[in-house]
Design a binder for this molecule. Structure first.
Ligand code: GAR
Length: 197
């Protein structure tokens, strides 16, 4: 059984998609051991609690320096000892020491077709604002392994989503979630849990 820790910052709809897929038997051989959020008010923590999953708040704001946070966060992850760390809308940069401690065991979902609209400053709604500003007709989502860079690790899966006339960033964000993210991320976990990746 693949032990998974999911890291989240906000709404947690991707977390919900993973929980639902596990409960529905669409993801097998995997269990969520804990959910970590940098934000005590994250709705994602309520979602975890509702499903009996341990929720842990770990915020850089409560540490005297980023180094102290990175050290404590990495130590906590080592203590949890997951087989897979899933970044599901986690807006904190993963410490280098954690990437080194969990090689090939950290994956991230990003709401664009990498290498478009990714890297520093591209997160959440901003990604869709930039895609609409540029006038692309196709966008999508990407699941990738996490390396030391920002959205630079090997790509696991991508799914394209059409931009529609009149889309706002919010409408596009929702379509990318529904048509791509909520499908791709559970699928990638199932593939890893069952030895296909
Ligand atoms: C998702 O769209 C996810 O792809 C994005 O944040 C959102 C979180 O939504 N992640 C990034 O932008 C990472 N660079 P959720 O909390 O409802 O799952």
């Amino acid at each position: 059984m693949l032990k998974v820790v999911v890291c989240v910052s906000g709404g947690g709809t991707n977390l919900q998609a993973i929980i639902d897929a596990i409960e529905a038997g669409k993801v097998t051989n995997a269990e969520i051991k804990a959910v970590i959020s940098n934000n005590a008010g994250a709705k994602a923590l309520d979602r975890a609690a509702k499903h009996g999953i341990e929720g842990i708040c770990f915020s850089p704001k409560t540490f005297e320096s980023r180094e102290a946070f990175n050290e404590a966060f990495t130590a906590k992850m080592k203590e949890l000892a997951p087989d897979l760390i899933v970044l599901a809308g986690f807006l904190v940069k993963i410490p280098g020491a954690m990437v080194e401690a969990f090689p090939g065991k950290i994956i991230n979902i990003h709401p664009s077709l990498i290498p478009s609209f990714c890297g520093v400053g591209y997160y959440g709604l901003k990604v869709h604002e930039k895609a609409l500003e540029r006038g692309v007709k196709v966008t999508g989502a990407t699941v990738h392994f996490v390396d030391g860079g920002m959205d630079t690790g090997p790509i696991i899966a991508q799914k394209a989503v059409y931009v529609q006339p009149g889309d706002t960033p919010e409408v596009l964000q929702r379509r990318v979630m529904e048509e791509a993210e909520w499908i791709l991320l559970p699928q990638a976990i199932d593939d890893i849990a069952n030895g296909r990746i």
